[in-house]
Design a protein around this ligand. Structure first.
Ligand SMILES: Nc1ncnc2c1ncn2[C@@H]1O[C@H](COP(=O)(O)OP(=O)(O)O)[C@@H](O)[C@H]1O
Ligand SMILES: [Mg+2]
Length: 322
């Protein structure tokens, strides 16, 4: 996205990699890199036991930098969760080129913009993806939601209400960087999963995103998923690196959500417009998505209605104000 790098740096990015140091949030001296880290669930938990689910999960998948694999994470996690009996709704909130519908070979009929304009209903916008997942296709209409009048809001919430009981999980594929799009959706969702790669620029930009979400939007907990790692050592190092800086300079808790290996099966699946977990279920990358789904399901949910679809949309309607 245009301006991401500049805005990330303005937000305190470009500080990770090499001999790291940063000015603490209050400004002032450059201090050396700390050894302490605030880390929850460092092990990423086991992959087998899945507790029964009664609540609802809304997870925004985000990143500081584009091209780190968000859309693929959302698509494959959605399929893996659906394979585990979860009823999944996916919201494509990134207006970029490589959209979720393209990735999954789907053809949207209408978008959220049509719903906002009252041209069709919310359920008419949903398209069917693999394994019964439902997708709300990409549209700039989401931001228009904050402009809706009282009657229109009520109408939209009534439509959301009618879908409320149909889903267990909402995954949101957001844009990258510190745009209003990202803050809009991450603050509406209960959970934010930040995707990083071992590249220093990805870490820098992830740090800048976490910094903005914590300092301006009071977000405190973040899941961190390391994608395109060569092995677990590299992934561990990547997470440790990010968590050290975060623990030193920010009031946040980072939870390690594990890693997805670099695997040539994935670009092949992208070319074929299928989720890799469906095309090559036994590939290492697919196994990693299985483990990720198990881990997500092992995390506590918010009970309905507070964590429900209605609440997510209510928060969107209120808009994310710094
Ligand atoms: N685990 C992986 N292994 C190999 N290639 C990957 C992996 N994850 C992502 N990629 C590559 O990166 C590209 C960008 O991924 P994408 O999900 O579109 O990123 P984003 O949504 O963050 O912009 C994919 O098309 C694929 O070629
Ligand atoms: Mg994407």
């Amino acid at each position: 996205m245009t301006g991401d790098r500049a805005s990330n740096q303005a937000a305190g990015g470009n500080l990770i990699g090499g001999q790291q140091s940063e000015q603490p949030a209050g400004g002032g001296n450059v201090v050396p890199f700390p050894a302490r880290a605030t880390v929850l669930n460092r092990s990423g938990r086991g992959s087998a036991a899945v507790a029964p689910v009664s609540g609802f999960r809304a997870i925004a998948v985000s990143s500081g930098k584009g091209g780190v694999g968000k859309t693929n994470v959302v698509a494959n996690l959605a399929v893996a969760l659906a394979q585990r009996g979860q009823r999944v709704i996916v919201l494509d909130a990134d207006l970029g080129l490589a959209n979720l519908d393209t990735l999954l070979g789907l053809h949207p009929r209408a978008t959220m913009r049509h719903v906002i304009r009252g041209e069709c209903s919310l359920s008419e916008v949903l398209i069917d993806g693999p394994r019964g997942i439902r997708l709300v296709p990409a549209s700039s209409g989401f931001e228009d939601m904050t402009q809706l009048g009282g009657g229109e809001r009520l109408h939209l919430l009534e439509q959301v209400d009618s879908l409320e009981e149909e889903f267990d999980v909402l995954l949101v594929d957001t844009a990258a960087g510190i745009s209003s799009n990202v803050t809009f959706f991450t603050t509406a969702a209960q959970e934010t999963m930040v995707v990083v790669t071992p590249e220093p620029t990805s870490l820098t930009d992830a740090y800048a995103l976490i910094k903005v979400l914590s300092t301006r939007y009071a977000e405190r907990e973040f899941g961190v998923l390391v994608n395109m790692s060569r092995n677990d050592t590299e992934a561990d190092r990547t997470f440790a690196h990010l968590s050290r800086v975060a623990a030193r300079f920010l009031d946040v808790s980072l939870r390690y959500d594990g890693f997805i290996p670099y695997d040539s099966e994935l670009p092949e699946a992208v070319r074929r417009q299928q989720a890799v977990i469906e095309l090559a279920p036994r590939a290492p990358v697919s196994r990693a998505f299985d483990a990720l789904a198990d881990r997500v399901l092992s995390l506590p949910t918010e009970p309905r209605p507070k964590g429900g679809l209605q609440f997510f949309f209510r928060r969107l309607l209120e808009g994310a104000q710094p």
